[in-house]
Design a protein around this ligand. Sequence first.
Ligand SMILES: C[S@@+](CC[C@H](N)C(=O)[O-])C[C@H]1O[C@@H](n2cnc3c(N)ncnc32)[C@H](O)[C@@H]1O
Length: 207
Amino acid sequence: MDKKKQIRLFDKQAARYGRRQEGQLLRSWRRDLLRHANGNVLELAVGAGTNFPYYPAGAKVTATDFSPEMLKRARTAAAGCRLDAEFVGADIEEMEFPNGSFDTIVSTLSFCSYEDPLRVMNKIRRWCKPEGTVLLLEHGISSNVAVAAALRLLDPLLYRTIGCHHTRNIPELVRQSGLSITRAESRLFKTVHLIWAKPGSSARGDA
Ligand SMILES: C[S@@+](CC[C@H](N)C(=O)[O-])C[C@H]1O[C@@H](n2cnc3c(N)ncnc32)[C@H](O)[C@@H]1O
């Protein structure tokens, strides 16, 4: 999908994201994951800032998104919970940070929308400090055959209407990038993945 069209789609969803009362499950997954964030944090595709209440005290967050409407809500959310945050409005697929810039890199529910998700995962590995932590809460294809078939069927419609693929193989993307998974949990018929990972000793270069 053309990027401008994708940004418009997310801009239109921003008010709903800003108001959204999430279910208990999603809230508990965010809490479990984000309590491991620390130091200089990069949050990719921050949306309306739904993760902000879960960051531990002392976290300093650089939050990125390409949707101006999402960023507007995220700024309000950061002020509401007194989070030390700065915002970068840009396409993460085109952005660069120096290697080893962040102690923690967070991505929740964003890998569904990238054109080239492996390229973004490779950036995460490079941007994270070697001893840092990558925290992911992502949805994708299930290892359950029936659920996977249903997701493949629905995928074209969902991508057209909400700009989001449902067939990404998240654990495989993490492995292909060279990140080392230190803990992984799957939920909801194995469509949702919570992953704790480290750049480790992988000596891969730019990708
Ligand atoms: C499904 S929302 C998830 C928002 C948030 N991470 C959360 O957990 O609620 C996806 C977000 O990714 C952003 N996004 C998608 N592709 C992007 C890209 N290439 N660069 C920057 N932001 C992007 C959208 O604007 C949207 O805010």
